[in-house]
Write a protein of this length. Structure first.
Length: 168
């Protein structure tokens, strides 16, 4: 009876790469809807800008797959589906609310924090596995995701204040 070898870090790296590849593709579908729903012109622009960046993230992930000799394949990511579903609920439940933009920002930051976690882990594993070029690409995306999170935080202050002021 043949036994299978235990899975190793390179297997986990590939599985997580497939997971984030799926996540980025789902995010690409969600960002235009979020931009359309946003009331603030600055928030609309932030979502549109991040959509273009996300297209680049997908391209970089494709390059990472190639660097490790694998075909780009997605693996369903239940975590991102849940986070995006929460964002959809915010858009539906708060469509006419002054709190909509605050909710959209919170939803977008949940996405960013998930991505920051994944890209940080993937970068560390790529380094551990000797995939120096892949680590560099993953680090570029990690830096963009971190920058987006900071930009959303800056937009959050005015959005939160506007939601409170309009509700009073």
């Amino acid at each position: 009876m043949a036994t299978t070898a235990p899975k190793a870090l390179d297997d986990m790296f590939l599985d997580t790469l497939k997971d984030v590849y799926y996540a980025e593709k789902q995010i690409l579908k969600a960002l235009p809807k979020m931009a359309k729903a946003a009331k603030s012109p600055e928030l609309k622009k932030a979502f549109e800008t991040h959509k273009m960046e996300t297209e680049g993230h997908v391209e970089r992930l494709t390059d990472v797959f190639e660097l490790i000799g694998k075909a780009p394949r997605a693996k369903t990511c239940d975590a991102i589906l849940g986070i995006l579903d929460e964002g959809k609920t915010v858009m539906e439940d708060y469509a006419d609310s002054p709190a909509l933009d605050a909710g959209l920002i919170a939803s977008a930051q949940a996405v960013e924090h998930y991505e920051i976690s994944r890209y940080g882990t993937l970068k560390a594993w790529a380094i551990q596995l000797g995939h120096k070029d892949a680590a560099k690409l993953l680090d570029e995306t990690l830096a963009e995701e971190t920058k987006t999170d900071k930009a959303l935080s800056q937009l959050g202050g005015p959005a939160n204040s506007a939601a409170v002021a309009k509700a009073a």
